[in-house]
Design a binder for this molecule. Structure first.
Ligand SMILES: Nc1ncnc2c1ncn2[C@@H]1O[C@H](COP(=O)(O)OP(=O)(O)O)[C@@H](O)[C@H]1O
Ligand SMILES: [Mg+2]
Length: 250
């Protein structure tokens, strides 16, 4: 088992965003994590990476208790996340955004991080990642001039710069058109086949069902169901959870 949460909970004031979630992620699997808007998916991923700390419960990653471990330690252990909302360094080029991804100084001062990077090697490596994601044609364009499809893929390239064993993806397909979404979904499958374990949070149910080896469903912060995709999607309580939120799926 690669990752395990044991009855993890977190409240924001009166809102219980995550309720006693016990979930295991097996090494090598591509787990789809779904649920209606507000179900607690993003909060759960943030608990895994250490952006948030749980009120109670425990998180184990590769046989270590990481419940209180800081973000950078979890990153070093092999965890990387992409965020639902892309926030690139707008004035930096696409390739620079990827070059600085794995530099520790990044949060303090991204421009300084860029100076510290060993440029030739970092650039070659970043270019390889851009090629992998099919966005190398825009390598030198400033991030703020690029369409969302490029930025979503840039985020995956940034995450891959850490060479993570566990890739946590928060709605990577959101905002992409059908062709772009299918292509990125296929790439996620490839990354998984290369040995990366993936937790994929996604609203694009058709794509999740197509590529996930297993599904887990969150509803009102709690784990509602888990199992094989077809079986989970056939469940009446899972359908009801989605129908109850119809139209609010933003
Ligand atoms: N930083 C925050 N402060 C207060 N409430 C939050 C915060 N983040 C999330 N929430 C609330 O927690 C619940 C779960 O949100 P979230 O994890 O973003 O759901 P999902 O990603 O499944 O749409 C929602 O009710 C949301 O409004
Ligand atoms: Mg979310």
């Amino acid at each position: 088992m690669m990752l395990h949460t044991d009855s993890v909970s977190l409240s924001f004031g009166g809102v219980q965003a995550v309720r006693e979630v016990s979930l295991s992620v097996q090494a090598g699997e591509l787990l789809g994590l779904i649920g209606p808007n507000g179900a607690g998916k993003t909060t759960f991923l943030r608990l895994l990476t250490g952006i948030l700390a749980p009120d109670c419960g425990a998180i184990r990653f590769q046989d270590r208790d990481i419940t209180r471990a800081p973000i950078h330690r979890r990153a070093r252990l092999g965890m990387a996340m992409t965020h639902q909302i892309v926030r690139p360094f707008r004035e930096m080029s696409l390739i620079e955004n990827v070059m600085i991804a794995a530099v520790p100084e990044i949060t303090a001062n991204p421009w300084r991080a860029l100076v510290h990077v060993r440029r030739d090697r970092a650039r070659a490596r970043a270019l390889g990642l851009l090629e992998r994601l099919g966005i190398a044609d825009a390598a030198d364009r400033p991030a703020h001039t690029l369409p969302l499809g490029y930025l979503k893929r840039m985020q995956v390239a940034r995450a891959l710069a850490f060479e993570p064993r566990l890739l946590l993806l928060d709605e990577p397909l959101a905002g992409l058109n059908y062709t772009e979404a299918t292509r990125l979904a296929d790439l996620i499958v490839q990354l998984n086949r290369e040995g990366r374990t993936v937790v994929l949070v996604e609203h694009n149910i058709a794509e999740v069902v197509r590529i996930a080896s297993r599904l887990a469903v969150l509803h009102n912060g709690a784990l509602l169901a888990e199992g094989l995709p077809a079986a989970v999607m056939a469940r009446a309580d899972v359908r009801a959870a989605y129908l109850g939120k119809a139209g609010s799926d933003a």
